[in-house]
Design a protein around this ligand. Structure first.
Ligand code: 6R9
Length: 634
């Protein structure tokens, strides 16, 4: 891999090249991959019309780059370590040779079922190796995978399957998550009552639970694989042919099917993985996300395999059988790079520290964070207790739409600073805009976070709705990609993501970002987590409502004292204007399946619009909503 940064002067040198000669820079990186035909143009982009193409004219198959090219030198090396939900079930080590056999066989099955290049296949699987195999098998024959997180409801499956008119669904009989066993096939059956495009369903056995199989539609993958060849000729794909669709919910409307294409996504995820994690041969890398999210697509599957890495797929949850499971896995597999989300860090930091201390975490070299702004307390806990002050934390900012990480420290190069994502990665030019669309110059400023130049990993469109793509990302500031996040730039030029733009609350005419207020609250040692939302107020326009979870119960007198202490701290650190008008202590906060706090619902509760909460069925913990409503104090 080219342009792997080793020190700051090199970072600035490479960045200069990436921004001033992007075609040469990305062309150099792309040349390190296997192509069937070299591209005609590295870049052809029109950011005003949202028309972006990379490596046009180039032809390739991404699976040759993820698998085949590693077989000669490292065929027997481990590609995937599968760590099952139950610690009593043996972990599996899957070599690149084995991965090749599985992917080729499944690809042949898909072809024999009539799947052709460009067809859409919905994959609804738990975190088992077959999830990786089937995604890669799709890519092998040029079918477009649309992975749906295996926790979504039948309604969510049906709407996504119909949006992309999927021809096939691949699912498991069931899944294990902690103590729960979920019958996935029955959820698929219910969804498919309303999905006319689906011709066949392939079922993978995981739990061996009871399932109903519809004849001529449903087949066990295992049975179809018995007679198949272990070689499947890879489809020749244009660089701009879609590789996958992944749905992301917006603040309004139906989920958007973000489309990522083959060549640019490959080059970008591979390069960013190598730089951000400084992966070295034989390292063991573990990202705890679910492959059903973009983090899993880019940094459990594609990025690591493109680098010939060893990547862990963990089936379970952080709390099963108890709260030391993550640290036990780190010790067991001698994990070198560990990548997780602030919500997981906060929940584990709430537990007795003995869960951490009884494990040898000395293999760790780099720690990562992704998904939401990380608060100071969680950052410090992660740095001191997990990294033992030895391991840099890469706070990586990016989105489903960006395909890969855009802003992040490079470990051992960029000095880290709690809550800062620091510098843009190579080739990325962030800008901060004011509301009039004027780029904010210099440091010590803030604004809406946009990206000025195209990068290879950016999603190219919304499936079947290019206008929506253009409207959502390229219309607020014509010619720029608008992320929907706000950020600030410190005197050193470091970026700190302050939260979604829609998380800004205007109180008495002052724009208040909720994240810094939450940080202040979270510094109280008894606070586990907090979420601030605005609600309509007669005098101030909006006032602030704080939903706060505590590490343990306290008396009502102590609660009153804590409320006072919190407001004093806010007044002290941010200003009296940011004081909370209402505070409710709650057992938990409503979260999305990817661990983001659902502020939309909290806003409705705070505004007392209880009959208008919207769909709560896709939440991780819908019961949290009712508990908050039941315990309202005013
Ligand atoms: C990769 C992923 C994207 C949104 C993004 C932002 C938030 C992600 C962050 C972060 C602060 C970080 N976000 N990483 N905020 N610091 N390091 O999470 O994609 O699920 O599409 O979410 O998540 O608000 O706009 P996605």
């Amino acid at each position: 891999m080219k342009y792997i940064v080793k020190n700051l002067p090199e970072y600035f040198k490479f960045q200069d090249k990436a921004l001033n000669s992007p075609e040469e820079f990305w062309g150099d990186i792309a040349s390190t991959f296997v192509w069937k035909k070299k591209w005609d143009n590295v870049l052809n982009a029109d950011m005003v019309n949202a028309d972006i193409k990379w490596f046009e004219g180039g032809q390739l198959n991404i699976t040759e780059n993820c698998i085949d090219r590693h077989l000669k030198d490292r065929g027997e090396e481990t590609a995937i370590i599968f760590e099952p939900n139950s610690p009593t079930e043996k972990a599996q080590h899957i070599s690149y040779n084995q991965l090749s056999v599985e992917v080729n066989k499944i690809a042949n099955v898909l072809r024999s079922q009539g799947i052709e290049k460009g067809d859409r296949i919905c994959i609804y699987l738990p975190m088992i190796p077959e999830l990786a195999y089937t995604m890669l098998a799709c890519a092998r024959i040029g079918a477009i995978h649309s992975v749906i997180f295996a926790g979504y409801s039948s309604t969510a499956i049906a709407s996504r399957v119909n949006d992309a008119a999927c021809k096939m669904v691949i699912c498991a009989d069931g899944s294990y998550r902690g103590t729960k066993e979920i019958n996935l096939k029955s959820l698929v059956d219910k969804a498919l009552e309303n999905c006319p495009s689906v011709e066949s369903v392939l079922v993978i056995k995981r739990t061996n639970g009871e399932v109903s199989m519809q004849s001529n539609r449903d087949f066990y993958l295992e049975e179809l694989m018995q007679e198949t060849q272990t070689i499947c000729k890879p489809a020749v794909m244009d660089a701009e042919d879609p590789l996958f669709i992944l749905y992301t919910s917006g603040s309004t409307g139906t989920p958007k099917g973000m489309v990522h294409t083959t060549g640019g996504y490959m080059v970008y995820t591979a390069h960013t993985f190598a730089n951000v994690f400084q992966y070295k041969e034989k390292d063991i890398y573990w990202c705890t996300a679910d492959i059903g999210w973009i983090t899993g697509h880019s940094y459990i599957l594609y990025g690591p395999l493109l680098n010939g890495a060893t990547t862990i797929i963990y089936e379970g949850v952080p709390s099963y059988p108890d709260h030391n499971r993550f640290w036990e896995i780190v010790e067991k597999h001698k994990v070198n790079q560990f990548y997780t989300a602030p919500t997981a860090i906060r929940s584990l930091a709430k537990q007795d520290i003995k869960h951490v201390e009884k494990h040898d975490l000395s293999s760790l070299k780099v720690l990562g964070s992704v998904g939401e702004p990380i608060n100071v307390e969680a950052w410090n806990w992660y740095y001191h207790h997990i990294g033992k002050e030895r391991c840099p934390i890469v706070d990586t900012w990016w989105q489903t739409e960006t395909g890969g990480i855009l802003i992040s420290p490079i470990p051992f190069t960029t000095p880290t600073k709690a809550t800062f994502a620091t510098f843009p990665l190579l080739g990325i030019q962030p800008v901060l805009m004011d509301d009039e669309g004027v780029e904010q110059e210099g440091n010590l400023t803030s604004g809406n976070l946009c990206i000025k130049k195209p990068w290879p990993g950016i999603a190219r469109t919304v499936w079947n709705n290019h206008q929506r793509y253009k409207d959502t990302y390229f219309s607020a500031y014509p010619g720029y990609y608008f992320s929907g996040d706000a950020a600030l730039r410190d005197p050193a030029g470091y970026y700190r993501i302050t939260g979604r733009v829609d998380d800004v609350v205007i109180v008495s005419g002052h724009n208040l970002g909720t994240a810094p207020i939450e940080n202040t609250i979270n510094e109280q040692t008894i606070v586990a987590e907090s979420a601030i939302v605005g609600y309509p107020h007669e005098v101030k326009g909006n006032a602030l409502f704080g939903f706060i979870t505590l590490k343990h119960e306290i008396s009502s007198e102590e609660q009153e004292n804590l409320k006072t202490a919190i407001n004093e701290a806010i007044a002290d650190q941010i200003g009296p204007i940011a004081k909370l008008s209402k505070i409710q202590f709650t057992v938990s906060l409503p979260k999305t399946r990817s661990g983001k706090i659902m502020r939309r619902i909290l806003r409705k509760i705070a505004a007392n619009e209880l009959d208008n909460l919207g769909d709560t069925s896709t939440l991780l913990n819908p019961e949290a909503v009712q508990a908050i409503i039941d315990n309202r104090t005013d």
